[in-house]
Design a protein around this ligand. Structure first.
Ligand code: SAH
Length: 403
């Protein structure tokens, strides 16, 4: 037990592994081109009675030109392209809300999936790069008490194509020159939207393969420009190290001591700080990639100088850097971001211990750009609609959205 003001217990059981409830298949979307590798696409095209090279043409449209409208695939005969697109390019993501700030260089999209689930993605354009933050699950089962997504629980895993399609949408926007003053090529992907990527392991790894395969098989992004962020599912971290992928691993540590981390990141009750850091260092050793240690700065909770010193001792000499994230307070929470002088002192102590430390850019705050808040707001609104609909005596689509 801790005497710090950190008494909000995890509100639910953790959902470490996505259970496979009966009928779950029905909630996954129809199969899409991006779910398949090239061989799978050729087989799918052949099964439709079409020539196999059409798989390459369709892939070039989708991954090379971000084109999903069969009407514009004029190198394929009309009847064929309708059949191919009908089978291999089902509509997966419907934009429900789009918000932007920073002169259009930060954009957030809330998507409705085919079963009414809501997920979000954020695009961040800079002078030298365009980054998209994607969701890997609808909701999340990890129950971190400071995270808006964590409050709603897990709805379901996203399919590989539902993950990839978030990136392809934004890659298309960047290519059209919609982001003023930014490159027209989307270059980075971070798995820091909704969900715990390593709890949807196979689909996330498949999505990484699609994103990094050269066109037309995939988007041709560099593996080093992909960041997978995790609460610290140790067996999955070790498995990822064996994939021969050189993606960047981000570990959401948030506390250097088990007493506090058990509360802030409840999965710590299963895998302790020492174990999770050990898995991170193995990942760094195998891949040669510096691990990013994520640390949300929460006022009077995890921001004490002694915790900075303890963290510094744990990380010194390792292939790691610390990314301090000013807490984005979730609605209704009594936790707040650390004051700037406290944050600066925390960073100073880490650097003094020889640990490279940066403070995360807080882009998109004015559009609830961080951490599940837009979807959380919409789920709340949808739930209110359900109540209203029940009063009115009918059940609308909102009901699905709220579940
Ligand atoms: N489940 C993964 C990825 C999603 S969240 C993970 O936990 O790593 C991406 C990062 O945002 C994580 O480090 C997470 O702890 C952090 N985060 C979540 N809610 C936050 C909030 N309200 N303020 C600041 N950071 C938050």
């Amino acid at each position: 037990m801790t005497t710090l003001p950190v008494t909000e217990p995890p509100r639910r059981e953790l959902t470490l592994v996505q259970p496979e409830p009966r009928g779950r298949r029905a909630t996954l979307p129809p199969r899409h081109l991006a779910d398949l590798d090239q061989a799978g696409r050729r087989a799918a095209v052949a099964a439709l009675g079409e020539r196999e090279f059409r798989a390459g043409q369709l892939s070039t449209h989708y991954f090379g030109r971000f084109e999903r409208d069969p009407g514009r695939m004029t190198d394929i005969p009309a009847a064929t392209r309708d059949r191919l697109a009908g089978d291999l390019l089902p509509h997966l993501l419907t934009p429900v809300r789009e918000l932007s700030c920073d002169d259009g260089r930060t954009r957030k999209t809330l998507w409705r999936l085919h079963d009414g689930s809501l997920v979000e993605s954020v695009l961040m354009g800079y002078q030298d790069r365009v980054t998209v933050c994607v969701s890997s699950q609808a909701g999340c089962g990890m129950a971190c008490p400071f995270c808006a997504t964590g409050q709603a629980g897990l709805t379901r895993n996203l399919s590989t194509a539902e993950i990839v399609d978030q990136v392809v949408w934004f890659a298309g926007q960047a290519a059209r020159g919609d982001l003023p003053g930014c490159p027209d090529r989307l270059s980075r992907v971070v798995f820091m939207g909704m969900g715990e990527p390593l709890a949807n392991y196979n689909r996330v790894v498949d999505a990484v393969r699609r994103l990094t395969a050269p066109a037309p098989e995939g988007l041709g992004l560099s593996q080093r420009h992909i960041t997978v962020s995790t609460v610290g599912l140790v067996p999955a971290m070790r498995r990822l190290a064996g994939e021969e992928l050189s993606v960047t691993l981000a570990l959401s540590l948030h506390a250097p001591d088990d007493g506090l981390r058990d509360e802030l990141v409840p999965v710590n009750q299963r895998w302790k700080v020492a174990e999770v850091l050990d898995a991170a260092w193995s990942y760094a050793a195998v891949t040669g990639r510096r691990v990013s240690i994520e640390y949300a700065m929460i006022r009077d909770v995890n921001d004490q100088p002694w915790r900075a010193d303890l963290l510094g001792r744990l990380l010194a000499g390792q292939l790691a850097h610390v990314n301090l994230i000013p807490l984005n307070p979730t609605p209704g929470s009594r936790w707040d971001a650390s004051p700037k002088p406290v944050e600066r002192e925390f960073a100073r102590r880490l650097r003094a211990a020889g640990v490279p430390t940066t403070v995360r850019d807080t882009r998109g705050r004015d559009i609830d750009g961080a951490c599940g808040q837009l979807a959380a707001a919409d789920v709340a609104r949808a739930a209110a609609n359900v109540v209203q609909a029940a009063r009115d005596g009918h059940h609308g689509k909102e009901r699905e959205a709220a579940q």
